[in-house]
Design a protein around this ligand. Structure first.
Ligand code: WTA
Length: 653
C-alpha cells in the first residue's frame, strides 16, 4: 500500500502546469517557504485582474490573530467578478463558462462567458434595485441551478456578501443563518429538483422568515412552476426583475480584504459558525489551487459534482474555475438518478476531462457493480479527484482501475471550509499518488503533526493532530460577528498554529494520511456535521432527558451517526418515538441529517464530576466494547454494561 503509483504519461504529456514533476514541486514549495510574500504576489498578479495590484503580501501572524484578522495583499483593490468574467470577454466570450445538466438526463444548458457576464450584470442591478448595498449580506437558498452561481457573482459584483445555505437545510437552520448574518435579502426558488423529487425551497423560506422582520425582499426563481405562497411587497419573481434590468453593471471596486462570502459550517460545539472569506486572498488561492492540482488546460471540460451550498462548490465550481476561464459543470441531480450510471453517462455525453466527487459517492457506486461504469465511454477523462473525507484504498483502487481504466491520475484533495482551497493533495501531473493518502502539501502550506499528549511536534514519520504553521491567502479570516470564537476554535489548542481538527499520519516519504476528525465533528456522506447539533435536536423532544451522539465507521457513508438517548421517567421507547425523533432531527437540521442508530440507554457514562465519557460511547458504536479502557472513574459503571448489551442487540437486528 505504501508503493506510489506512477503518474500516467497521458496525464503528464503536454501539461501547461508550472509543476509537472516531483522536482518542480520541491522547488516551488521551497520558494513559497523562503519568500512567501514574493511567491504569492507573483501568483496573484498572474491569476487575478486587480484594479490596483497589491505590493504587500501577508500582514500579521497566528500570534497576532487575537488582536484581529491577519491579512493578505492589504493595499490591493479589485472586484473578483472582473477576474471571473470581464477579463475573459476578450478571448473567451463564446466559450462555455457554465455547463449545466438538470435533474433529468439530457436537460442541458450552456452559458458562455458573454452570457454569464450579462446575467450577472442584470442580477447585480436587480439586487441594487432591491436595496442591497456594499457590505450587506444576502442569503442564497437554492438548488443546483445556474442562477445560484449568477446570484453569488452578482453579490460580488456590487460588493455585497453572499451566504449560500445548502438547499437541504431545514427552516430552523435557515432562520438561524439569516439571523446570524443579518441578511436583508434572500434569494430562493419555487422548488428544487433532485432525483425526481421536488424540494419545497420557497415554502421552507416562508417558514424560516415567518415573524422575521430583518428580511425585506425575497427574490424567487421559477424552476418547476409550482404554485407557491406569496408575501406581497416582499416577494419578487426573478424573471420579472431580470426582464426589467440591464446587463451592464460597473463592478464595485473593493479592498483586497473586503468580505466576499460567509459560509456556515459545523464545529465541535455550539451552533454552526459563519466563516468569513475575503476577496483578494481567497480568489488567488482558489484559482491557483484549481489550476495547479487539476492541471487545468484551455480545452478541459471540468466537472465538480458538489453542491454550491458547500465550500467545494464555492471554490471549485464557481470561483476557481471561472477565474481560470474554464468550462465548469453544474449538476442538479444525484449520482443514482435515474440509475447508478448517471455520472458516467454524463462523462460520455459531455466529454469531461476532469471529474471531482466525494468518496461516499464512489463507495456507493462501486457497490452497484462495474457494469454501470463500463457501458459508457470514459476515454475523455484525464484527472479524477476526491474530497470531503478520507478515501479508503479499496474505493481509491476502484476509482482508478474501473472508472479511470488505469489511464487517469487521482487527486485526493484534503482541505476544509476554513482553508478556502485545497491544502494537501497530489498535483495531477507531478505527484505519484498512493491510494488513501492526500500525499503532499501545496506550496504555501506548512503542516505540522502535534502529539496531543505532550503538545510537542512529531518529526519525521509519525502520527498526531494536524496543524498548519503559516497563514496562506485562502484562509478564512474570522467567524462572522465572533472573532473570539475564531481564535478560541482554531488558534488556542496549540499556540501559534492553526489547528485543523483532523488527525493525520506522515509516512517515510513525507506523505500525509488524514485519519479523520479528532473533535466532535463528523463527516457523514461528505456532509460536515456537529454531534452537538444532533444532540440539541434530540433533547428538544420533551420525552428525551439527555442524548449523546457519536460517529461510527459506515461502509458507504464513511461515518454513520449513532445516538444514545436517555428518556425522561415515565416515557417508553417505541417505533413511533423513533420516528418522532428522526423527524425532530430533520426539522432542526435538515433532510440530509439522519440518525443511523438510535439506542435507548438508562443513562450516559459519566465521570464523577459529571462529564460524559464519549470515548466509551465511541468504542461501543465502533463495535469494540472490549476496548473500553479504564472505566473505574465512572460514577456508575453499571450504565456501561447496559449500553454494551443494548448495542449488541441492535447489531443483531
Ligand atoms: C474532511 C470540505 C480526508 C476532513 C472541503 C476535514 C478529508 C473536513 C478530505 C472538512 C480528504 C476533507 N481526506 N479527509 N481528502 N477532505 N476531509 O469543511 O475531516 O466540509 O476537516 O470541507 O472534511 O470538511 P468541509
Amino acid at each position: 500500500m505504501n508503493e506510489p503509483y506512477e503518474v500516467p504519461e497521458r496525464v503528464r504529456a503536454g501539461s501547461p502546469n508550472s509543476i509537472t514533476s516531483a522536482n518542480d514541486w520541491r522547488r516551488e514549495y521551497q520558494r513559497s517557504a523562503d519568500d512567501p510574500d514574493g511567491f504569492w504576489l507573483e501568483q496573484t498578479r498572474k491569476l487575478v485582474r486587480w484594479q490596483d495590484a497589491p505590493t504587500a503580501g501577508l500582514s500579521g501572524d497566528y500570534h497576532g490573530v487575537k488582536a484581529g484578522p491577519f491579512s493578505w495583499f492589504g493595499d490591493g483593490r479589485l472586484n473578483v467578478t472582473v477576474t471571473c468574467l470581464d477579463q475573459h470577454l476578450a478571448a473567451r466570450a463564446d466559450k462555455t463558462a457554465l455547463l449545466w445538466e438538470g435533474d433529468e438526463p439530457g436537460d442541458v444548458r450552456r452559458l458562455s462567458y458573454r452570457e454569464l457576464h450579462a446575467e450577472v450584470g442584470r442580477c447585480a442591478n436587480v439586487l441594487r434595485s432591491l436595496g442591497v448595498r456594499r457590505g450587506e449580506r444576502v442569503i442564497i437558498y437554492m438548488g443546483m441551478v445556474p442562477e445560484a452561481a449568477v446570484a453569488m457573482l452578482a453579490c460580488a459584483r456590487i460588493g455585497a456578501v453572499h451566504s449560500v445555505v445548502f438547499g437541504g437545510f431545514s427552516a430552523e437552520a435557515l432562520r438561524d443563518r439569516v439571523r446570524d448574518c443579518g441578511a436583508g435579502v434572500v434569494i430562493t426558488q419555487d422548488e428544487g429538483l433532485r432525483g425526481g423529487r421536488s424540494i419545497p425551497l420557497k415554502a421552507t423560506t416562508d417558514e424560516a422568515l415567518d415573524g422575521e422582520h430583518g428580511v425585506e425582499k425575497v427574490l424567487v426563481l421559477r424552476r418547476t412552476g409550482k404554485d407557491v405562497g406569496w408575501v406581497q411587497g416582499r416577494d419578487v419573481w426573478w424573471h420579472d426583475a431580470m426582464a426589467d434590468a440591464g446587463p451592464e453593471c460597473a463592478p464595485e471596486i473593493v479592498d483586497a480584504e473586503h468580505p466576499l462570502f460567509i459560509l456556515y459550517t459545523s464545529g465541535s460545539t455550539g451552533r454552526p459558525k459563519g466563516l468569513l472569506h475575503t476577496c483578494g486572498g481567497y480568489l488567488t488561492y482558489a484559482a491557483y489551487t484549481h489550476r495547479t492540482v487539476f492541471d487545468l488546460r484551455e480545452d478541459d471540460v471540468y466537472a465538480c459534482v458538489a453542491d454550491v451550498g458547500w465550500i467545494t462548490g464555492h471554490s471549485y465550481i464557481v470561483y476557481g474555475p471561472l477565474a481560470n476561464g474554464a468550462t465548469s459543470f453544474m449538476f442538479e441531480s444525484t449520482p443514482v438518478y435515474p440509475d447508478a450510471g448517471r455520472y458516467w453517462d454524463m462523462v460520455q455525453r459531455h466529454r469531461f476531462t476532469i471529474f471531482y466527487t466525494a468518496p461516499t459517492a464512489i463507495r456507493a457506486l462501486a457497490a452497484q457493480g462495474d457494469d454501470f461504469v463500463t457501458r459508457y465511454d470514459r476515454s475523455s477523462v484525464r484527472v479524477l479527484g476526491t474530497v470531503g473525507e478520507p478515501i479508503n484504498p479499496a474505493a481509491w483502487e476502484w476509482y482508478h482501475r474501473v472508472v479511470g481504466e488505469g489511464r487517469c491520475t487521482i487527486v485526493d484533495t484534503w482541505w476544509q471550509t476554513e482553508t478556502g482551497g485545497i491544502c494537501i493533495s497530489p498535483i495531477a501531473p507531478a505527484t505519484a499518488p498512493k491510494p488513501g493518502s492526500a500525499t503532499l502539501p501545496m506550496p504555501g502550506i506548512f503542516p505540522q503533526l502535534i502529539d496531543p499528549d505532550t503538545g510537542r511536534e512529531v518529526r519525521g514519520p509519525g502520527q498526531g493532530h494536524l496543524c498548519l504553521t503559516q497563514p496562506w491567502p485562502g484562509q478564512a479570516r474570522t467567524v462572522f460577528g465572533d472573532h473570539d470564537r475564531f481564535v478560541a476554535t482554531y488558534f488556542s489548542t496549540y499556540e501559534g498554529r492553526y489547528f485543523t481538527g483532523d488527525g493525520c499520519r506522515r509516512d517515510a516519504d513525507g506523505y500525509y494520511w488524514i485519519t479523520g476528525r479528532v473533535d466532535d465533528v463528523i463527516n457523514v456522506s461528505g456532509h460536515r456535521m456537529g454531534t452537538a447539533e444532533f444532540e440539541s435536536a434530540l433533547v428538544a423532544d420533551e420525552a428525551v432527558g439527555e442524548a449523546a451522539v457519536v460517529g461510527f465507521p459506515h461502509d458507504i457513508k464513511g461515518t454513520g451517526v449513532w445516538a444514545y438517548v436517555v428518556l425522561q421517567a415515565g416515557e417508553t421507547w417505541s417505533e413511533a418515538m423513533q420516528q418522532r425523533l428522526q423527524r425532530q432531527v430533520r426539522t432542526s437540521i435538515g433532510a440530509h441529517a439522519r440518525v443511523d442508530v438510535l439506542q435507548p440507554v438508562p443513562g450516559l457514562p459519566k465521570t464523577r464530576s459529571g462529564k460524559v465519557m464519549r470515548r466509551i460511547l465511541r468504542k461501543v458504536a465502533e463495535g469494540q466494547p472490549e476496548a473500553l479502557g479504564d472505566t473505574s472513574t465512572l460514577a456508575d459503571p453499571s450504565v456501561v454494561e447496559a449500553i454494551v448489551a443494548g448495542a449488541a442487540v441492535l447489531k443483531r437486528c
